[in-house]
Design a protein around this ligand. Structure first.
Ligand SMILES: Cc1cc2nc3c(=O)[nH]c(=O)nc-3n(C[C@H](O)[C@H](O)[C@H](O)COP(=O)(O)O)c2cc1C
Length: 419
């Protein structure tokens, strides 16, 4: 019986362990987690979601405070068109986040950044250009284009000196999305170096409608593979979503995947950015506690734990501090939903907004517990302590379990030493 270690991913002139830890914003896939993947010979992702906020928390910068100070006059105004990101600050924050990570990198693997197009930041093109260029300036080894079709993203990087050397990939959930991307970028004469195919069981936002359950990752991978072959295009494919054991990974590698991208198993790693009390909620979840709903203002369905504090919360929009989801016209679906509820309950001290959530605030505060479909199986990957809590795992343990376990066996961590 084969294990993942029998395969290698060839990318950028290197031979890598074919395990990619997917990007998890906001700072859930931390630098520490990505660096472990790289040290162990695979690929780890940091995320470019809300980087100024992440930089403040990690490096004691003041980007959020300064932005709020500048736009304080607008806090009670429902028109957010004035609220803009300072592009210089955005570049500085990204260079800090990426630069410090790359300085700390050890080992033969690679560190990439997950870059989400849906973070439109009230100036989609300009802010995306700055985020991409600053990550390249700071030495990132690869960029995975996520949450969007990215029809113009290659063009935004085209003039950067590292454009032809850095590894560039795109996440798609259908052949059609890949075809659109390739068609739109044909003029540039550069193919993606890899394509992540994300199926319906993934965590975070889904590239499907609410009918996600009708789709199946194996089928989408086979379809994309057959089309690339017919077009004589040789691009490594990286399936993602619901790959929970080494055996699941081998199935995809045997079926022509060049690597697998995984995330959910790492949400209970010590190096993951989720606070430990939240990680315990992930361990405790049963299948019924997980839902795909429409509360993300991005318009994409999102999978999360039903007991996430973000669901139904009537948080005042915090666009003057954050504002990452404001579209090109300064609108966000949450602001509209919030204002509707305020108007409907003029006397209420506290309101609830059932249909949308203030994603910036709640992701920043770890109050929206997005997760993969198989989160309910995490309890089978660890041991329970005497007080009922579960042991957190090291990223190395989880990585090596994917790498060396055979079939659907999951290696449990060592027993805690008796006190
Ligand atoms: C907590 C969490 C947060 C995520 N956030 C992002 C994100 O910010 N951007 C993104 O492209 N994918 C995100 N994902 C998707 C993962 O990168 C990955 O492709 C997918 O979850 C893999 O499936 P698995 O979780 O079943 O292993 C997230 C997944 C999880 C579990």
């Amino acid at each position: 019986m084969k294990c993942v270690d029998d395969f290698r991913l060839r990318l950028g002139g290197r031979e890598l362990v074919p395990i990619v830890i997917g990007g998890m914003g906001v700072d859930i896939s931390t630098a520490e987690l990505a660096l472990e993947a790289a040290r162990l010979g695979g690929i780890g992702h940091i995320s470019d979601a809300m980087v100024p906020t992440v930089s403040d928390r990690r490096f004691k910068t003041r980007f959020v405070k300064d932005k709020l100070k500048q736009y304080k006059y607008n806090v009670t105004n429902s028109d957010k068109t004035d609220v803009r990101f300072d592009l210089g600050h955005l570049a500085e924050a990204t260079r800090l986040h990426v630069g410090r990570t790359m300085e700390a990198k050890r080992g033969d693997g690679m560190v990439f950044i997950n870059c989400m197009e849906k973070l439109t930041m009230n100036a989609p093109k300009e802010t995306l250009r700055v985020r991409l260029a600053s990550a390249l300036d700071a030495g990132i080894e690869g960029i995975t284009l996520a949450a969007g079709l990215h029809l113009g993203s290659f063009a935004l990087m085209e003039d950067h000196p590292r454009f032809r050397d850095v590894q560039l990939g795109i996440i798609v959930s259908s052949l059609r999305a890949l075809q659109l991307f390739l068609k739109k970028n044909a003029r540039i004469g550069r193919l993606p170096d890899y394509v992540v195919i994300e199926g319906p069981l993934a965590g975070g936002h889904l590239g499907f409608g609410m009918d996600w359950a009708k789709f199946d990752l194996h089928t989408i991978v086979a379809e994309i593979r057959a089309w690339l072959k017919a077009e004589q295009l040789d691009i490594p494919l990286i399936p993602a979503g619901g790959i929970f054991t080494g055996g699941d990974a081998v199935d995809f590698l045997d079926g022509g995947g060049a690597a697998v991208q995984v995330a959910t198993r790492f949400t209970v790693a010590k190096e993951c950015g989720l606070p430990e009390d939240v990680q315990q909620k992930y361990f405790l979840a049963s299948e019924d506690d997980i839902e795909v709903n429409g509360i993300s203002p991005t318009g994409y369905p999102m999978r999360m734990l039903k007991n996430s504090p973000a669901i139904g919360a009537g948080t005042h929009p915090n666009c003057e501090s954050f504002g990452y989801l404001l579209d090109a016209n300064g609108r966000c679906a949450y602001i509209d939903a919030y204002n509707r509820e305020v108007a409907a309950h003029p006397a209420a001290k506290k309101i609830s907004v059932p249909d949308k959530t203030c994603l910036c605030t709640h992701m920043r505060n770890f109050e929206l517990w997005t997760c993969g479909h198989y989160t309910y199986r995490l309890k089978d990957t660890s041991r329970r302590n005497a007080d009922g809590s579960y042991q957190l795992l090291s990223a190395e343990h989880i990585f090596n379990d994917y790498r060396f376990s055979k079939g659907n066996v999951i290696a449990l961590p060592a027993m805690p030493e008796a006190a």
